[in-house]
Design a binder for this molecule. Structure first.
Ligand SMILES: CCCCCCCCCCCCCC(=O)SCCNC(=O)CCNC(=O)[C@H](O)C(C)(C)COP(=O)(O)OP(=O)(O)OC[C@H]1O[C@@H](n2cnc3c(N)ncnc32)[C@H](O)[C@@H]1OP(=O)(O)O
Length: 449
């Protein structure tokens, strides 16, 4: 079995290609828009093949009943892990570059899975595809042709950001994803991905995403070294430098987290002013609170859901697939935004989704969503996810998700009542301010769950 998987891994890059579905469609050629020009990348992987390929690369079982045996086989791969990063051959960005085709236009039978009732594309499904693509990109970067199967378990650690561009997503036009590793640390890899949709004869950009993936040992128990990355030209050097900066920004963002540090003087002032504006002028008391006009209490915006994590939603390492977690959190966030605004809401940005702990199969997944900040038409929604097992009722946080939506009409302000909610408000404001897509871009743009 290991030998078979090895051969498949070696042949991966060639085999994945679909002849005739190349980069050459349209003048907005994603390869040419990208950082490097890839002569040989003239074909795309079909979206349906991505997961199968991932399964083959790590030798994951196709049936749940075989998962223990498959994991036993992976234990034999420990000896293939590098003892240091220096042992591993450096890679270029083009080595990990992949394109994936989601042929919604040319293969209508694919559409059902991606369709919303408003005849747009389900963003939750796109999140799943991005997650799988990100992992496949990393396996391309770390590919070792002499090995039977990859000794690495590559997991999603962070969705750094996803920015939507202005084009609407039609369920009747082909979509293309591209991605490559843009920065590496010792065991972590930053992956940049783009998404394009066919408009007329051109593939036009619709989304930019940056994920961080982490390589772990064969059983996903500890970190594992990944191949160094050597930038090949000035543009790639800039991308690499940006990756380094992103790491620095993440550390800075986390060290000033409101879980660790008090809010800034300006933020404290904001909260105090909000507090004062909710005091009932008729009673001289800190206790009697009334809402100002056109405002709602933050606590009344909450929505919750529960998922039972069945084996069907497993990833290649027999934990719950990160894309599934994102889709579920996104759909709850979207419902929260629509419920709050009373109108349709469209996702604008996703940022800083940290996968703190793996979710075990069989867990109960509790999602809790609330609006934590608003401005004009914008709604910042935070989803907190916790797991508990049937045996052990203790809840453990696994993820915190941040989504920015735009509503069709102006939305009320949200007011925190407690100190904890005030921190949620400020955290939401920080995430909203870090959004990089210019507000003016979003006119004709519709993406839904
Ligand atoms: C089988 C049939 C099904 C087939 C279908 C399946 C679909 C396909 C599925 C495909 C698969 C889809 C994929 C899935 O479904 S993966 C499932 C979703 N993800 C997870 O479950 C991951 C959960 N989290 C963890 O396990 C840990 O927190 C990890 C492992 C992430 C870190 O653990 P820990 O903190 O103990 O690690 P460390 O201290 O040793 O650091 C190691 C490195 O990691 C870097 N780092 C850490 N955190 C972050 C962060 N937040 N941002 C940026 N970087 C971060 C850190 O800087 C360091 O880098 P470097 O200095 O070494 O470079």
């Amino acid at each position: 079995m290991m030998r078979r998987a090895a051969l498949r891994l070696c042949a991966l890059s060639k085999e994945l290609l679909i002849p005739g579905r190349g980069l050459t469609q349209g003048s907005q050629d994603p390869g040419k828009q990208g950082i490097f020009h890839i002569q040989e990348a003239c074909s795309s992987v079909h979206v349906n093949h991505v997961r199968d390929k991932l399964r083959e690369i790590v030798g994951a079982s196709t049936n749940w009943k075989d998962h223990v045996k498959a994991m036993e086989e992976r234990k034999l791969l420990y000896s293939f892990l590098a003892k240091s990063q220096k042992e591993l051959p450096p890679r270029r960005m083009k080595d990990s570059y992949i394109e994936v085709l989601l042929p919604l236009g040319s293969e209508p039978e694919l559409r059902e899975k991606y369709l919303t009732v408003q005849n747009t594309v389900r963003f939750g499904r796109i999140l799943e595809d991005l997650d799988s693509l990100g992992v496949l990109v990393c396996y391309m970067h770390t590919k070792n042709d002499s090995l039977k199967m990859s000794p690495l378990s590559i997991v999603t650690a962070l969705v750094d950001k996803i920015d939507m561009c202005k084009k609407s997503l039609s369920p009747e036009q082909d979509i293309k994803f591209s991605g490559h590793v843009s920065w590496v640390g010792k065991s972590s890899m930053e992956v940049k991905m783009k998404m394009f949709q066919l408009h007329g004869n051109e593939f036009c950009p619709v989304l930019d995403a940056t994920f961080v993936m982490v390589a772990r040992d064969a059983e996903n128990k500890g970190p594992a070294f990944v191949n160094p990355l050597i930038p090949g030209n000035v543009e790639e050097e800039e991308l690499f430098r940006q990756g380094e900066l992103n790491k620095g920004k993440r550390i800075a963002f986390s060290s000033t987290s409101l879980l660790k540090m008090a809010p800034s003087a300006k933020e404290r002032n904001t909260i105090h002013e909000m507090f004062l504006s909710t005091l009932d002028p008729k009673t001289i008391s800190f206790q009697s609170r009334v809402l100002p006009p056109n405002a709602v209490w933050m606590e009344s915006t909450k929505l919750k859901s529960l998922e039972v994590c069945h084996p069907q939603e497993r990833n290649i390492f027999n934990r719950i697939f990160g894309g599934f977690l994102m889709r579920k959190a996104y759909e709850l966030a979207w419902a929260t935004a629509c419920n709050f605004s009373g109108s349709r809401s469209f996702v604008v940005a996703v940022d800083d989704i940290m996968f703190q702990k793996p979710v075990e199969i069989g867990s109960l997944l509790f999602l809790s969503s609330q609006v934590c900040f608003t401005q004009n038409n914008y709604i910042q929604v935070r989803v907190h996810s916790e797991v508990a097992s049937l045996q052990n009722k203790e809840h453990m946080t696994t993820n915190v998700f941040h989504f920015t939506f735009m509503s069709e009409k102006e939305v009320p302000l949200v007011y925190p009542k407690t100190y904890g909610e005030s921190m949620l408000y400020l955290d939401g404001q920080r995430h909203f301010s870090s959004m990089s897509v210019p507000v003016s871009l979003r006119k004709d743009y519709r993406v839904e769950p």
